[in-house]
Design a binder for this molecule. Structure first.
Ligand code: GUN
Length: 307
């Protein structure tokens, strides 16, 4: 049993501000080479949560000097029209990053749309070229939420070598890429999902828990090992006492009695996702200019790097 005062509440806002500062510096440096990073954000329909996410993405882009171009399409937009828009953005040299906000309306095939994005402009890291590259350990554009979680884990624990990490949830957006990133950082990784047997007992063996199931407060103290570090990806809207509030997939108050560090909701992973999107837009701009890329082997090439 902990005294709650000994628990670190991981400050995602402060960590995101540090990433955004690095992004701002990198954007300024790119502008000296007449490169002006630009992000296209595509929203189909009027899902209220998606509208908020898109507005925040556009705001963060402006704050870091990244040009943003919004494409707001009506809910009855056809798949062919959306694919046409993406083809135009792929071909436009003034656009470096393309983000199509998910979920898409049911009549549009999400996978076909994600596969249509040029992998070098795929700032979400959802194209199979980037998914495959991540699982092979290549230096590719990686999904923003899991990358943000990795930043928070490195900030909190430093080296992750040999830690047992449990990822709860196996979505393409968070669970699977999270497991790949943890494996790349030399963790022993377990992925739990709706068909897992003895999920709670397995989770209780973890040094690191990443909760990404989308079920409010599903993991309480009984799921957690004393001293573990918990990253809560869940953002669930619940009604409590006639008021709407946001809670994570972890029962925060219960977890405080056992963990050594935990992200709050809101103010934990959420701000990191958007910060990493900006970082990916800078990385995409560099990848599209081999002479500026950190991957370049040309000795004379200037190399702009953000951590
Ligand atoms: N919807 C929820 N999370 C995400 C995300 O990371 N990227 C996109 N494009 N849509 C989302």
């Amino acid at each position: 049993m902990n005294s709650p005062s000994s628990v670190t509440i991981i400050d995602g806002k402060a960590a995101a501000a540090r990433v955004l500062n690095d992004v701002r510096d990198a954007v300024s440096a790119l502008k000296e080479y007449d490169l002006h990073p630009a992000l296209a954000v595509v929203l189909v329909g009027h899902d209220p949560a998606s509208q908020v996410y898109v507005r925040n993405k556009v705001l963060r882009a402006e704050e870091t000097g990244i040009r943003s171009v919004e494409h707001k399409l009506t809910v009855d937009t056809t798949e062919a029209e959306l694919l046409d828009l993406i083809a135009g953005l792929n071909a436009d040299p003034a656009i470096n990053g393309i983000l199509v906000q998910l979920p898409l309306p049911a009549h549009i095939d999400e996978n076909r749309v994600l596969q249509a994005i040029d992998p070098l402009k795929d700032v979400d890291g959802f194209h199979s070229e980037n998914v495959g590259g991540l699982s092979q350990g290549r230096d590719v554009l990686t999904p923003c939420t899991p990358s943000g979680c990795m930043h928070l884990l490195h900030d909190t624990l430093g080296d992750l070598n040999g830690k047992h990490a449990v990822v709860v949830g196996r979505s393409n957006i968070v669970g699977k890429p999270m497991a790949a990133l943890l494996l790349q950082a030399n963790c022993t990784v377990t992925v739990l999902h709706s068909r897992s047997v003895n999920a709670r007992e397995l989770c209780r063996q973890a040094d690191i828990v990443v909760a990404a199931v989308g079920r409010p407060r599903m993991l309480d103290a009984s799921w957690l090992k004393p001293g573990s570090v918990v990253i809560d990806v869940g953002i669930n809207r619940i009604d409590e006492g006639g008021k709407t509030r946001l809670v994570g997939d972890v029962d925060f108050d219960s977890a405080l009695s056992v963990v050594s560090a935990i992200t709050p909701v809101p103010g934990g992973v959420g701000p990191m996702t958007i910060a990493l999107l900006m970082k990916n837009t800078v990385s995409a701009t560099q990848l599209q200019q081999p002479a500026l890329s950190t991957h370049s082997t040309r000795a004379e090439a200037p190399c702009l790097s953000i951590s």
